[in-house]
Design a protein around this ligand. Structure first.
Ligand code: AGP
Length: 364
């Protein structure tokens, strides 16, 4: 039928493998190479309004929230508007201050997550301006929002989100480019981001060719009692999502921490029995991250590094192509999806329907 696994053993692997195409679909028709801007027809916002926001607040649940953290960083970096992400499930209960000069962005693959919908309804009640970054056309959240960006990633069947996660990050890059180019992002930086976005599908294809290597690593690490995921700044949401994927589908305990926080507590967990997955982009944080790897090694902790070049500071490395610093989180996320998938297969888990979870949580 329409929603079959297309020759793949599981929907999860199919959806991971589709990402060169799903990212391309999120970008299609939205990049302008002449003025280096993004065209987002569904925002329903004029230029004056676009320039008026002084803050961006992003809400979503689970992986949608982690993709929102990537989104907040993109908006701060490219549009220079203070932005942060919060779980919608918390936001809706804590009586947030709703401001007229804040742009609210709700993220949902399904468009039906009740906590996110309730948060949007509360925002609307209080006069908030809400955009949706949603995959499912015509869903409850999409209808409730004032405007938004559809992902066009196609149906996501496996409970663990993968292609919607990377497409959401790409949609945020478009939104950040759009907001930035009517404020103070230079044409040169706009061009750099446009070119980086266009390079993503081919780079994702390159990562997918490494599946055998990642599978072997997943089999080796899957027997650990637990794993630590660390990253700094752009690497931190990637670490959180990597830990979430591993937990969801393999049931291996995983913790995510900012690498900078290790010495403030969790370093006590590090030893031979607790390996670390370290997200190490080639950015301003590279040296700091390599120092952290040294600290973990000094405690006999095994390290799997995901970055853009090999290092002998790690026991194992997954090397992904380099894009622009702001866009690298999209690429760095993909090996972690494959890692979680193969860990789950190695452990004989119900990959597409993990225990205790539903694809969309439509109840309180
Ligand atoms: C992702 O792997 C999870 N299954 C879960 O965190 C999910 O992202 C969350 O429930 C939000 O779903 P939504 O995007 O459909 O709103």
């Amino acid at each position: 039928g329409h929603y079959d696994t297309g020759g793949y053993e599981h929907y999860l692997l199919k959806e991971i493998s589709e990402q060169p195409d799903t990212i391309a679909r999120t970008l299609r028709g939205r990049l302008d190479d002449r003025f280096h801007v993004a065209h987002l027809g569904g925002l329903n916002m004029d230029a004056r309004e676009t320039r008026s926001f002084r803050r961006v607040k992003i809400i979503g649940c689970g992986s949608a929230y982690y993709s929102g953290q990537i989104g907040a960083q993109l908006i701060e970096e490219l549009a220079r508007i203070p932005a942060d992400a919060e779980p919608a499930s918390e936001f809706r209960y804590r009586s947030p201050v709703v401001e007229a000069d804040t742009l609210y962005v709700a993220i949902s693959q399904s468009g039906e997550t009740y906590d996110t919908l309730a948060a949007v309804q509360e925002l609307k009640r209080k006069g908030g301006r809400v955009l949706g970054i949603v995959n499912t056309v015509g869903s409850a959240i999409a209808r409730e929002c004032d405007g938004g960006v559809y992902l066009h990633a196609g149906p996501e069947v496996s409970v663990a989100s993968t292609k919607a996660f990377t497409s959401t990050a790409a949609a945020f890059a478009l939104l950040a480019l759009h907001l930035g180019r009517v404020r103070d992002l230079s044409p040169a930086d706009g061009r750099r981001i446009c070119e980086g976005l266009r390079a993503l599908p081919e780079q994702i294809k390159e990562i997918l060719t490494q599946e055998e290597h990642i599978r072997a690593l997943a089999h080796r690490y899957a027997t650990s009692a637990g794993m630590m995921f660390i990253g700094r700044v752009r690497g931190y949401p990637v670490a959180r999502e990597g830990a979430q994927k591993l937990k969801e589908v393999s049931y291996v305990h995983a913790e995510a921490y900012p690498a900078s926080e290790l010495k403030h507590g969790p370093l006590a967990l590090i030893g031979p029995e607790m390996p670390t997955v370290a997200i190490v982009p080639d950015d301003e944080m590279l040296d700091k991250n390599l120092t952290t790897l040294g600290e973990i090694r000094a405690r006999s902790g095994r390290i799997l590094m995901v970055g853009h070049r090999e290092t002998d500071q790690a026991d194992d490395c997954i090397v992904v192509p380099k894009n622009q610093n702001e866009l690298d989180p999209i690429l760095l996320s993909i090996p972690l999806q494959l890692f979680a998938y193969h860990a789950a297969v190695a452990l004989g888990r119900d990959v597409d329907r993990p225990r205790n979870l539903a694809k969309s949580v439509t109840v309180e």
